[in-house]
Structures are given as C-alpha cells and as structure tokens.
Design a binder for this molecule. Structure first.
Ligand code: F6R
Length: 237
C-alpha cells in the first residue's frame, strides 16, 4: 500500500486527478471504477475541469459504479444514478457509464452486473471508505469472497448517509453492491479518505489485522493500492 498524505484538499484532489489521468493515458481503452458519497465530489469537479481543458479523451473510457440503493427511482435526488448523472456523466461524454440497477428484479440485476464486470475488468477502481471500514456497501462481517450482491445497511451507515435524505426513515435499508472480490479484481485501486471521522477506519485498514470485521483491511492483500488522505484522516497512523 502506498500512502500519500496532503495538508490541503486542493493538492489532494489535484494529485488524485493527475494519477487517474496518467493511468488512462497508458491504455488505449480504460475501465474506470467509480464511487459516490461526499469524498469523490471534489475529484469529479477536477475531472470535469481536466476534460474541459482537453487533458484526457473520455471516448475510450467506460465507467462502472460500485453500488446503488435498492428501490430508489433513478430520478430520486439521493440515488447514485442521480448523483453520477448530475456530478459527472452530464459533463463528460464517456464511452459508456454503468451504475447497478436500483429497480426491477434485484437477483437479475445482481447477475447482470456480475457478468458485466467479468466482461469488463476494472483497470482502476476509486474507493471511499465508511467510518466503520466499509467499502462500497460491504459492511463489517461481509465475506471477502462475495461478488455483486444485495447488502443490508448497518445502523451506522444508515445514520451516516441520512444527511442525503429528508429524514432517516427515508434511507433505504438495502443496496446492490460490488463485492470485495470484484473490488480486489481491479488491477489498481485508489482509496480516498478525508476528515477525523475516517481516522479510526484508516488506522484499522492500514495497520490493523486483515479481518472481515474491517472490510477495507482486505486491501492490504492487493498488489497495487494507493491511499490518499488528508492530515485528519491520517491522524491515527
Ligand atoms: C459510495 C460507496 C461508499 C462510500 C462511503 C463513504 O459509492 O461505495 O462506500 O464511499 O460510504 O462515503 P462518504 O464519502 O460520503 O463519506
């Protein structure tokens, strides 16, 4: 694991943007894994700026999101479809963009997304991390061997994510998510964490034992992970 710590957000997100673009330039076609949440918002602004100033060509890039709530319409403002559409996809014309389906038959959607990922191996996966160490919606005690599946959100994640909804009752209790096995199959991974509320999860991810109690700890076994942190998220290392 490579750890990079930055004193300000501007430098942090600029470096991540440069890292992604240099990876994209190395391959004639590129499969980019994406996350939602607060953490990558500034990264997406940087990527839009970079696209506008022609720093990369999106026409050979396909994107694949980690997860989506079950049961929210794509047009719901808290859905990950809506987030991705408004924060990235309507600004950058990628070759194709895929977010797991939130409606319809969940089991069929799981199968379909697993197949899509098998056919399109991810070159670089962007990850955030939950304050309980989750990545995507792989909550503590999820098997490291899981592929795409339907996950039940923990109380902690429901509380953390309720800020995107009008009330905590509105937060869906289940989600469709890439499993840890799909994530570990990515050739390269970038994990981003900012803020004091991530410090404990980052400490356990980097220095703790590899255990299903801390889903992100599996990343210690991946051959190419770079972790980008601000000083607060890095404060327990
Ligand atoms: C989102 C995702 C989640 C978030 C995590 C952190 O697609 O997969 O695992 O990365 O919950 O969320 P924020 O960035 O809002 O703190």
């Amino acid at each position: 694991m490579k750890i990079k710590i930055f004193q300000n957000d501007e430098q942090l997100y600029n470096e991540i943007k440069n890292h992604i673009i240099s990876e994209i330039r190395e391959l004639p076609s590129f499969n980019l894994g994406l996350a939602t949440g607060s953490t990558p918002e500034k990264l997406y602004l940087k990527l839009i700026e970079a696209y506008t100033s022609k720093e990369f060509d999106p026409s050979s890039i396909k994107t694949f999101n980690l997860d989506e709530y079950i049961g929210l319409e794509e047009s719901h403002e808290a859905s990950y479809h809506y987030y991705m559409q408004t924060k990235l996809f309507q600004h950058i014309p990628f070759k194709g963009s895929h977010v797991p389906k939130s409606t319809g038959n969940p089991e069929e959607n799981v199968k379909e997304y697993n197949k899509l990922l098998e056919e399109n191996p991810i070159d670089l996966q962007i990850l955030g991390i939950g304050s309980n160490g989750h990545i995507a919606f792989n909550e503590p005690n999820t098997s490291f061997l899981e592929t795409v599946h339907i996950a039940t959100l923990t109380e902690k994640t429901i509380i953390d994510n309720s800020r995107f909804f009008n009330s905590i009752e509105e937060v869906p209790k289940t989600a469709i998510t890439m499993g840890l096995k799909n994530i570990m199959n990515a050739k390269k991974i970038i994990l981003i964490a900012t803020g004091l509320n991530k410090a404990d999860a980052i400490f356990k991810t980097v220095k703790g034992e590899v255990t299903e109690k801390v889903p992100a700890s599996i990343l210690q076994q991946h051959p190419n992970v770079t972790i980008y942190l601000d000083s607060e998220a890095a404060s327990k290392l």
